[in-house]
Write a protein that binds this ligand. Structure first.
Ligand code: NIG
Ligand code: FE
Length: 453
């Protein structure tokens, strides 16, 4: 297989880009998807519009970093001319009969860490539990030790290596959590590296502060360890992270045996006041009040939910009808990798009208995969999502899970020109060719950022 990464994207010989020759354009137009609308991908199907290559076939027009028109070729061309955007100023990208979708969005990653933990798989095969390994000083704490010892340069090299691969899977925006420092200096280092990697591009990165990921070793030996660490988050880390100004969100690991709902509430409320919007690792292993807390604090997203309670579902269902819906971001690759016998109740969440997103949870302990289309496949097989539901979960709903629903995640007038050309004739095949290399071209902010050679 030969791949080509194009630094900086297409040359600026043309100000615009016309994406033609698509069998389907998956627009995701029309906002957040919930309930039955989770399955509405807003597809423009060439076969139903006169056929591939005809004047009625769907195209996408980008100008600079934005989308300026989507629809049948003749209508789009007329509109561009009418708006003073002559066609000769547009470059062409031929989708070759493939599918065009919005750039995928991964709303939950732990991008930056040092070291690996493959040995924990055999420990779990021998019967050890995830929290048992953590309590014995392994798990997250093993990654914390390796990450504290890693320089910013080393973390940046690791980040670039994985971002290059993430781009080849059609992902154009990710969230990236800290949480493997658990002291102010290392948390700031992780957030700064995440921010700078986003600035380098082409992938946009939204940094999240996750100081409440585990109680670090220097606090574990103290009888009041957990409370003392929460106080150090409130009094030292949060003010330091806010002063640095890189973190967009604050996350917490709200889980029985890690941080309780009361501790998480204190942290998230304080973070919110400092301008970091709340999101949560909620009810991953046991019902822990995480989903309820997400609704209470108006989190943008409640993540995992493999062990969500009936009350948690009711709380998210109520939020879904209100002013601030909480997106349920499901991470089925984690359940798979932990060899869990239970997955998040995705069908029930959809029936209750709760909007779903999907993320990789890319991290060294529970989900070492950077492949979001593979997660879509697991979402179809284990969460019983339809391909269209999985697609809205990694585009428009993932955008909403990052508070960016008006900016990315759909191919609509005025949105950022982030899109993917796939080497398949129907969108339903994206999660079908499980783990396959399907991405042909990635456009980020109107420029070609990756091409399959
Ligand atoms: O989302 N659950 C907490 N955090 C990560 C795992 C982190 C780790 O094991 O290193 C997760 O699964
Ligand atoms: Fe996670």
């Amino acid at each position: 297989m030969s791949l080509r990464l194009i630094p900086g994207g297409r040359p600026r010989d043309a100000e615009g880009l016309l994406v033609t020759g698509a069998s389907e354009v998956v627009t995701m137009a029309g906002g957040l998807r919930a309930g039955a609308r989770q399955a509405d991908a807003g597809i423009l199907d060439a076969a139903a519009m006169g056929g591939l290559g005809t004047a009625g076939a769907p195209i996408v027009a980008c100008w600079g970093e934005r989308i300026v028109a989507v629809g049948p070729r003749d209508a789009v061309e007329q509109r561009l001319e009418a708006e003073g955007l002559p066609l000769e100023r547009f470059g062409r990208l031929d989708a070759g009969g493939g599918v065009v979708t919005p750039g995928l969005i991964d709303p939950h990653t732990h991008l930056l860490f040092a070291g690996t933990r493959e040995h924990e798989v055999s420990l779990r095969q021998a019967g050890a539990g995830y929290l048992e390994i953590l309590a014995a000083g392994g798990g997250i704490l093993a990654t914390v030790a390796a990450t504290r010892a890693a320089s910013a340069e080393k973390l940046a090299r690791h980040g670039r290596r994985w971002l290059d691969e993430i781009l080849t899977h059609g992902v154009t925006t990710i969230e990236a959590k800290s949480g493997y420092g658990l002291d102010l200096a290392t948390e700031l280092r992780l957030l700064e590296v995440a921010f700078q990697l986003g600035r380098e591009g082409p992938i946009d990165i939204l940094p999240t502060y996750l100081g409440a990921h585990a109680v670090p070793p220097e606090f574990r030996s103290r009888p009041d360890g957990s409370e003392a660490y929460v106080r150090s988050i409130l009094e030292e880390q949060l003010p330091g992270v806010a002063a640095q100004g890189r973190a967009r969100f604050c996350d917490v690991f709200c889980e029985e045996g890690v941080f309780g709902a009361d501790e998480c509430r204190r942290i998230l409320e304080a973070a919110d006041k400092l301008g970091m919007a709340p999101r949560l690792h909620a009810d991953e292993l046991a019902p822990s009040g995480g989903a309820e807390l997400a609704a209470e604090v108006g989190a943008v997203s409640a993540d995992h939910l493999a062990a969500i309670s009936d009350q948690g579902i009711a709380a998210l269902a109520a939020a879904a009808t209100g002013e601030r819906p909480v997106v349920a971001t499901l991470l089925p690759a984690t359940s798979l990798f932990l060899m869990s016998d239970h997955y998040a109740p995705a069908r029930r969440l959809i029936d209750e009208g709760i909007p779903l997103a999907l993320g990789t949870d890319f991290n060294p302990g529970t989900s070492p995969t950077p492949n979001l289309p593979l997660v879509m496949a697991v979402g179809c097989l284990e969460l019983k999502l339809s391909p269209a539901e999985a697609l809205s979960a990694v585009t428009i709903n993932a955008a909403h899970a990052l508070g960016l629903g008006d900016e990315i995640g759909s191919l609509e007038l005025g949105r950022q020109a982030d899109l993917v050309v796939w080497g398949v004739p129907e969108a339903a095949q994206i999660p079908y060719w499980m783990g396959a290399d399907l991405v042909r071209t990635v456009v980020k902010r109107g420029r070609i950022a990756f091409e399959h050679a």
